[in-house]
Design a protein around this ligand. Structure first.
Ligand code: GTP
Ligand code: MG
Length: 463
């Protein structure tokens, strides 16, 4: 079976094909990535609902009820249940299968349990991939169930459009025991097992927190609290309505787009991380380098940190052709700080014979300038016109002398962003106006080994 064949079957909605690709993913089969690439253009239509909460809160029962309700509306449903137990016990997986058995015969529903351990790229990565597979297969709603343990509940909001946090009454003071971060992820609070007497108390407690705790959610969306009895299916229509409201809110405010943007960004970085690590690991292992290094680390002759530094340096050399896109066209001028332009002019004009200077005052820098053409470049005399001019300060600390060298560049904005990206210290983050209508910016002497450098972009005509 080629990745293309499999992708074709998945696009036709085949459950067997979906299951097969997930298996490829779990086995880190290279073909999985080829297949995901083909599916990607068909993704982005499904709505993703996350259901999280403590073990035994009734998440699976709730998910099954939700799925049945969506099926009544003729929507196709994908369910991913993330099982917190080790992949070897499989107990809870079976439990979920039984609970959802009435759904599993329905061709409009796809259910998959996944163990949380054993994924090289991490749970979020693999779950994200499975969500995309189901999305491409045409599932209109995808529900992801995960237990609120450790980092998982934070990860679910990276995948889900709407996150439901399931709480149960009588499970001790759940709100107290739940970390603040867990409360924050909820778009909707579900108080399940509302057949228990303490349910109303819990609901009002949660509602109080929602109304008074600014950290729970930004004000534009106040998470509703919905009571459900998942085993009886009661409260499900209210929950559906809350989900629809939240979806509408996300769409109307542009937040859905924002979330998808953030998700795609994360996703790209995570995929890069996974691929890069795989690549490096394979090279280190295949080349035997790793096995040559480890004995030294064990014997204490090397430490792992320096070793990793060396590996990274060796593998990730930025190609020299990438080093610079900016183009220095020449030396535009050399700026000389002088105490008095009038006193300095005679030397340059008469003794050096450079001819009459062009004079100009640059108001916003508090300087007066006189410039002489010297071949392809110029000498620019600079005099302070006020005490707080940079030239006044320069002369105070250095005396008269070379103040800066100005290089002509094609585009000062591009030059700035490139230098900034590569770690140069910039005095100007954006270009400003200089003498003669130029656009200029200064680079700090700390980065240039002692001389102030001006970048200077001149429009046509004037050199
Ligand atoms: N009384 C009552 N029991 C419920 C309700 N919903 C679920 N249960 C029961 O609670 C138990 C756990 O339900 P599950 O749906 O497996 O809970 P879960 O959160 O998915 O559990 P894990 O996936 O193992 O974390 C089961 O015995 C359910 O029958 C409810 O509304 N009321
Ligand atoms: Mg469950």
């Amino acid at each position: 079976m080629t990745p293309t064949d499999l992708a074709g079957e998945i696009l036709d909605g085949s459950s067997r094909a979906i299951a097969r690709l997930i298996t490829w993913l779990e086995e880190e089969d290279e073909r999985a990535f080829a297949c995901l690439k083909e599916l990607h253009p068909h993704c982005g239509k499904a709505y993703v609902i996350g259901v999280t909460g403590s073990p035994g809160a009734g998440k699976s029962t709730l998910v099954a009820s939700l799925a049945r309700a969506f099926r009544k509306d003729n929507l196709t449903v994908g369910i991913i249940a993330i099982d917190p137990s080790s992949p070897f016990t499989g107990g809870a997986v079976l439990g979920d299968r039984v609970r959802m058995s009435s759904l599993s015969a329905d061709p409009g529903v796809f259910i998959r349990s996944m163990a949380t351990r054993g994924f090289l790229g991490g749970l979020t990565q693999t779950t994200g991939d499975v969500v995309r597979i189901l999305d491409a297969s045409g599932k209109e709603v995808i529900i992801v169930e995960s237990v609120g343990v450790g980092q998982d509940e934070v990860d679910i909001m990276r995948i889900a459009d709407t996150t439901c946090l399931v709480l149960v009454p009588g499970a001790g003071d759940i709100i107290q025991t739940m970390k603040a971060g867990v409360m924050e992820i909820a778009d909707i609070f579900v108080v399940n097992k509302a057949d228990r007497p303490e349910a109303d108390l819990l609901s009002s407690e949660v509602l109080f927190r929602v109304q008074n705790d600014g950290s729970i959610r930004p004000k534009e969306w106040r998470p509703p609290v919905v009571e459900t009895i998942a085993i009886e299916g009661s409260g499900i229509s209210e929950l559906l309505r809350s989900i629809a409201d939240h979806r509408h809110h996300l769409e109307a405010t542009g937040k859905l787009k924002e979330r998808r943007y953030a998700q795609a960004r994360e996703e790209t970085l995570r995929t890069l991380q996974r691929r890069l690590f795989e690549l490096v690991r394979r090279q280190l292992e295949d080349s035997g380098i790793l096995d040559r290094l480890v004995p030294d680390i064990v014997a204490g002759r090397r430490n792992p940190y320096t070793t990793v530094d060396e590996i990274v340096e060796r593998l990730l050399v930025i190609p020299t052709t990438e080093r610079s896109h900016m183009k220095v066209l020449g030396t535009d001028h050399i700026g000389l700080a002088v105490s008095s332009i009038q006193e300095a002019i005679p030397f340059y004009r008469d003794l050096l014979g450079l001819g009459a200077p062009r004079s100009e005052v640059v108001k916003d820098q508090n300087i007066a300038t006189a410039s002489f053409d010297v071949g392809d470049t110029r000498i620019e005399l600079l005099e302070a016109t006020s005490d707080d001019s940079p030239i006044a300060k320069f002369i105070e600390s250095h005396g008269e002398g070379i103040h800066h060298i100005a290089f002509r560049v094609t585009n000062v904005d591009e030059a700035l962003s490139e230098l900034g990206r590569k770690g140069a210290r910039l005095i100007d983050k954006t270009a400003r106006a200089g003498a003669g209508g130029a656009r200029i910016a200064f680079v700090h002497p700390k980065s240039t080994h002692g001389v102030l450098i001006e970048l200077c972009e001149r429009s046509e005509g004037r050199q």
